[in-house]
Design a protein around this ligand. Structure first.
Ligand SMILES: *Cc1c(COP(=O)(O)O)cnc(C)c1O
Length: 366
């Protein structure tokens, strides 16, 4: 019997989603870096990406890339969180590529690469307004590129890239993509040769591709979210774009077991303070309603808004770290203790569930 709560990873659905993305990108002359960080770097997911035509495996965490390699990933790996100085020796040892935004780190990476007898490939980041990592002025980026090209013998300047739709929520519009293309041309003029890589962003940068306004200069995207969630998380992926609807939203599914069913009031009784997480919650009084408690909680998945029950009429109303309350008054199906409820998942829930030691990860169709 399946140990619960379980996270079911359906690799066939996952590969279908990945192939859909690599197919779209191939048509537009774009190579895909398959980002595995949302799955806490499951090596099987990296292997799927490789099979589906990704050219790099990417993560924000070095340990995950190291695990992917140990599991047999052959394509180059890319570190997509700009590295810490303190980990630079390992970054050079494990990764063929890294994103970079600091001259001190670049110098250290070069020294380390020379020491290890390697050439390490770097992609310099351009901050086009999202205000996360990257050089903020085009001239500064061009100067640093020239410095890497001429002075840092342990490094190969592979290209430039940008990240949007993150801490600053900035959309990857045609204007931003044209700006990146322009910055790439400035760098190319400064170093006197073409760049191999112009990396236009993450999942959300599929939107200019859908709109057929992606400049030809952009030739790499680093994609994670849409492959894992498909249309289950429309905001985070591509703002509800219908192109995404062809994908599966059941590559990752949570299964939780019912441990109590009851009919209880919907408004708590007594003097209200704060909930299990110290928050002042509001409760709508809908009278007495039928409900079920599931043995899974916020310690596992984070926020109740990130799990979507696959039971018609059911709604998640409250949760503690270890309990989830499901309103089932409007369900046609009866629920009994021992029954299992399935949930589609948003990005944050997948991220958390794959790190939770309470979750049994069950991989199918690998
Ligand atoms: C997380 C991340 C990505 C992937 O983002 P998704 O929205 O999951 O596609 C790409 N690039 C960088 C630099 C990232 O940190």
């Amino acid at each position: 019997m399946t140990k619960r709560p379980a996270l079911i990873v359906d690799h066939e659905k996952l590969r279908y989603n990945m192939s859909t993305v690599t197919g779209w990108c191939r048509e537009a002359g774009i190579d895909v870096a398959g980002v595995i960080k949302a799955t806490t770097g499951m090596a099987s997911v990296a292997l799927d990406y490789e099979r589906c035509g990704a050219k790099w495996i990417a993560s924000s965490r070095l340990e995950q890339l190291e695990r992917a390699k140990a599991a047999g990933v052959k394509i180059p790996v890319l570190m997509i969180r700009v590295p810490m100085l303190s980990e630079i020796a390992d970054v050079v040892r494990v990764c063929e590529y890294s994103l970079q935004s600091s001259i001190d780190t670049l110098k250290a990476a070069s020294e380390e690469a020379l020491k290890q007898g390697k050439t390490h490939n770097v992609i310099l980041m351009a901050d086009l307004g999202d205000l996360r990592e990257g050089f903020f002025e085009k001239e500064e980026l061009a100067d640093v590129a020239k410095y890497v090209e001429e002075k840092l013998d342990g490094l190969h300047l592979a290209g430039i890239g940008t990240n949007l739709g993150c801490v600053g929520s900035v959309k990857p519009t045609e204007e931003k993509m044209l700006m990146l293309a322009d910055w790439a041309e400035t760098v190319e003029a400064a170093i006197g040769r073409p760049l191999e890589i112009v990396s236009g962003g993450a999942t959300s940068s599929l939107m200019p591709l859908f709109d057929k306004v992606m400049p030809a200069k952009i030739n790499m995207l680093r994609v994670g979210a849409v492959v894992y969630c498909g249309p289950a998380e429309d905001l985070r992926t591509c703002y509800g774009r219908e192109e995404v609807d062809v994908m599966s939203d059941e590559a990752f599914v949570l299964e939780a077991e019912v441990i109590e069913t009851n009919t209880k009031p919907t408004h708590p009784i007594g003097e209200l303070g704060v909930d299990a997480f110290g928050q002042k919650a509001t409760y709508v009084d809908r009278g007495r309603r039928k409900r079920a408690i599931l043995a899974v909680g916020r310690a596992d998945y984070g926020d109740i808004g990130d799990i979507l029950p696959q039971l018609e009429g059911a709604e998640v109303t409250m949760a503690s770290g270890d309990h989830t309350i499901l309103d089932i008054e409007d369900c046609r199906e009866e629920l009994r203790v021992g029954d299992v409820v399935r949930f589609k998942l948003k990005y944050s829930a997948i991220l958390r569930l794959t790190t939770s030691e309470n979750i049994n990860i069950e991989e199918i169709n690998f």
